[in-house]
Design a protein around this ligand. Structure first.
Ligand code: HEC
Ligand code: HEC
Ligand code: HEC
Ligand code: HEC
Ligand code: HEC
Length: 308
């Protein structure tokens, strides 16, 4: 057993220490590597970022292309394809691979060094930056949302909701990745089904001459929806139908970043709709909440059904 460990150590130590071989990963400016270089070893994180995290679509997004006047507006692209994470005034455009939007190097590379939240021995040089675990890390680009978060007093950080931890390996795909232990890793998801499904609570009450619908921002990290630049919407649609399936009432309420009327954290907004029900007849009430981002398909995130 001991012998095996020593042999394993003899193989592992040099392989992890010859970090210089990977110094090209630390280059910046014109030589900044593509995220596919990180995919050599961080396959699962790369897959999450490229398939699920809209940071990877920040540049190619059709709404962004249109809004930035076909990439003519420099003040927009400096953030949507930033070289490195900085405060709002110091964000600079990454001169290469702009199509990757907010990529691995935007968040992890600074001063020709890869920063991570822990203190691991990587194949490449890396340094610990514990601020990556704090909401402040997201504040340079997400200023207004960060302020809502601060004012709302949420006990969770942005990362705890948007990058939930799971036990797995940080690396995959090279021979010795098999002996790297499992860790509690922050998934690179940002907005995902489970988070959206728990975001809001929708309840209703039916009375003699009215229907009352209440919407609560249950997640409570910030306004629902939040944002300064994009067109994010939460649309509440309430319908009343009689037994023949005929719609006798229909109403839509929109909460949007453009209207700046997002539901504040932990707050409930109620609507009471007067409806003239006929005596002796039965009705079905359906209320649904749709989450929409301009240019992307909408998603049902909550609903309530009642009867009169
Ligand atoms: C360098 C700037 C930058 C940094 C740093 C940054 N973001 Fe973003 N974020 C953006 C941009 C730009 C978008 C819009 C992406 C798009 O086009 O949909 C965005 C979108 C998002 C979204 C919405 C995703 C969706 O599904 O629509 C979430 C959630 C988010 N960011 C969370 C975070 C968190 C949490 C952090 C900190 C760990 C963070 N961001 C750091 C720029 C940044
Ligand atoms: C929007 C910023 C952002 C982007 C883009 C991003 N990361 Fe991260 N990354 C973070 C933050 C913040 C943490 C710490 C999360 C935590 O542990 O709560 C982290 C953690 C990590 C870790 C440590 C293990 C873990 O998941 O906790 C690795 C490795 C990593 N990222 C690699 C990558 C790679 C590879 C890419 C590109 C495919 C990438 N990251 C893209 C912000 C980002
Ligand atoms: C040749 C393989 C390899 C490549 C390529 C690679 N990494 Fe890593 N990285 C590792 C290993 C190994 C670890 C440590 C894993 C462990 O101990 O669980 C690591 C750890 C990390 C960490 C966590 C550091 C800490 O202490 O928190 C970050 C962040 C990271 N890598 C980012 C990147 C980024 C960004 C890229 C692309 C620019 C990249 N890596 C490319 C092998 C690689
Ligand atoms: C308590 C959990 C929680 C925390 C903490 C949290 N968020 Fe969110 N975030 C959500 C939920 C749920 C949604 C989707 C519904 C919504 O809009 O509220 C969301 C959506 C977003 C969006 C997309 C726009 C939108 O409103 O749908 C962005 C951008 C975002 N969050 C950024 C952040 C940033 C930056 C922080 C930290 C300052 C943060 N979030 C903290 C739960 C959280
Ligand atoms: C400081 C960084 C920053 C700057 C500068 C910036 N954005 Fe964004 N953008 C974001 C963040 C963060 C989000 C996600 C939430 C929000 O709207 O705040 C976003 C989201 C968006 C979205 C919605 C998601 C998408 O890609 O479809 C559009 C469209 C957009 N921005 C367009 C623009 C335009 C046009 C400009 C220039 C006038 C601009 N942005 C400047 C950070 C920035």
């Amino acid at each position: 057993m001991r012998k095996a460990l020593i042999i394993l150590g003899l193989i592992l130590v040099p392989l992890f220490l010859i970090a210089a071989k990977y110094d090209f990963l630390l280059e910046m400016g014109e030589k900044t590597v593509k995220s596919s270089e990180c995919n050599e070893c961080h396959k699962v994180i790369y897959e999450e970022w490229s398939a699920k995290d809209f940071h990877s679509k920040a540049f190619v997004s059709i709404a962004f292309k249109k809004g930035s006047k076909d990439y003519g507006a420099e003040e927009c692209i400096g953030c949507h394809a930033a070289q490195e994470n900085a405060d709002e005034k110091n964000l600079k455009l990454r001169p290469v691979h702009t199509g990757e939007g907010i990529n691995c190097t935007t968040c992890h590379l600074r001063n020709n060094m890869i920063y991570g939240p822990y203190k691991l021995t990587a194949k490449h040089k890396s340094e610990q930056d514990e601020s990556m675990l704090k909401s402040e890390f997201c504040a340079g680009c997400h200023g207004p949302t960060f302020q809502e978060w601060q004012a709302g007093g949420s006990k969770k950080t942005c990362q705890e909701c948007h990058m939930p931890r799971v036990e797995r390996k940080v690396v995959q795909g090279f021979l010795l990745s098999m002996v790297v232990p499992n860790r509690m890793v922050g998934q690179h998801l940002m907005s995902y089904d489970k988070l959206l499904k728990e975001a809001a609570l929708l309840t209703g009450e039916t009375g003699k001459g009215s229907v009352k619908i209440s919407l609560t921002n249950r997640a409570g990290g910030h306004n629902m929806p939040t944002g300064k630049y994009g067109d994010y919407r939460v649309v509440l649609n309430t319908q009343v139908k009689d037994t023949d399936g005929k719609t006798i009432f229909s109403k839509e309420e929109t909460f949007s970043t453009l209207k700046k009327n997002g539901v504040p954290p932990q707050q409930t907004i109620a609507f009471e709709y007067p409806i003239s029900f006929e005596m002796g007849k039965r009705y079905k009430v359906n209320s649904s909440l749709l989450y929409q981002i301009e240019g992307k398909s909408g998603q049902l995130i909550a609903s309530w059904n009642g009867e009169v």
